[in-house]
Design a protein around this ligand. Structure first.
Ligand code: DO4
Ligand code: MG
Length: 283
């Protein structure tokens, strides 16, 4: 079952049909006692509608914070060690990859999140930028995983590589992430065979394509959530990006006009165009 937030309200998709969700507050859905059961009762008892197709899909987020886990895939560990070598910071990435405590960092709020089909941004002072395709956990206020969405953790590798203490600037800025297109509402763990695919298109040609699977994720989703909720509360629930296992080659940097497509099959495809500079252009 998939939950969508749109310009025309909320919809649930079940077995290929769409139903309107009467609850108007997104936060009330995320903190619902039994979201899956509630949506199932709507799909079971209501009439399917056709106006979903005319609605604009928005990022599936309300007052939730977005957090991210880092260095949870071997590929990310190696890329970070290489980029931070000259700054003397490479060792930290190796250590956190195998440490019991994961790297968790604040990624943003809804105001910084790009909707599907809109623009993500690269910083105007960055010279080496990449998208990071990440399975994103949707967690309710009680610390329970209630669903999954697709996330793009846009990152400025030159800024992060210059000094690991610059991580918040490399990671948190206007439109530095995208989420969507929907939430797959399920408390069941996704199969470890689940692929996460990244495709970057430039002027109509695929410039980079890569993939990983959840089998490569070194941490368990529940283990990451357990650390996130230690001494930390999230009254409206929270989203947690689980890290990237796909990193383009070092020679690659995003450019304005690139199209980034991230696909996680049971959820869908999140597609955004890249902009650089003025936040006004990025709509
Ligand atoms: O430690 C830097 C960020 C790591 C990250 O975002 C990732 O591994 O996905
Ligand atoms: Mg990341």
């Amino acid at each position: 079952m998939k939950l969508y937030r749109t310009s025309n309200g909320h919809y649930v998709e079940h077995d290929g049909s769409y139903y309107r969700v009467p609850e108007p507050e997104w936060d009330a859905l995320i903190t619902h006692d039994d979201l899956h059961g509630y949506l199932l009762s709507i799909a079971g008892g209501g009439d399917a509608v056709s106006d979903f197709l005319a609605a604009r899909i928005e990022a599936p987020i309300g007052s939730q914070e977005v957090w991210a886990a880092g260095v949870t895939y071997y590929r990310s560990r190696s890329a970070r060690m290489a980029e931070a070598k000259n700054a003397g910071g490479g060792d930290f990435y190796d250590r956190v990859y195998s440490a019991e405590r994961p790297e968790l960092f604040f990624k943003g709020t809804a105001s910084r999140v790009a909707a599907p089909g809109s623009h993500v941004r690269i910083r105007s002072d960055a010279t080496w930028s990449v998208p990071e395709p990440e399975l994103t956990l949707v967690i309710n206020d009680r610390g329970r995983i209630i669903g999954y969405t697709v996330g793009n953790d846009m990152s400025s590798r030159d800024i992060e590589g210059e000094n690991p203490l610059y991580l918040p600037q490399a990671k948190v800025y206007d439109r530095s992430s995208a989420l969507g297109p929907c939430i797959l509402v399920s408390s069941e763990p996704l199969p470890t065979t689940t692929p996460i695919r990244l495709e970057i298109e430039r002027r109509g040609v695929v410039e980079f394509a890569g993939a990983t699977t959840l089998a490569e994720l070194k941490r368990t989703p529940t283990g990451l959530v357990e650390y996130l909720f230690r001494d930390n509360s999230f009254p409206a629930g929270v989203y947690l990006m689980t890290g990237t296992g796909v990193v383009p080659p070092d020679a690659f940097t995003l450019a304005a006009g690139d199209r980034v497509r991230i696909t996680i099959d049971p959820i869908g495809t999140l597609e955004n165009e890249v902009a650089q500079g003025s936040t006004e252009r990025a709509s």
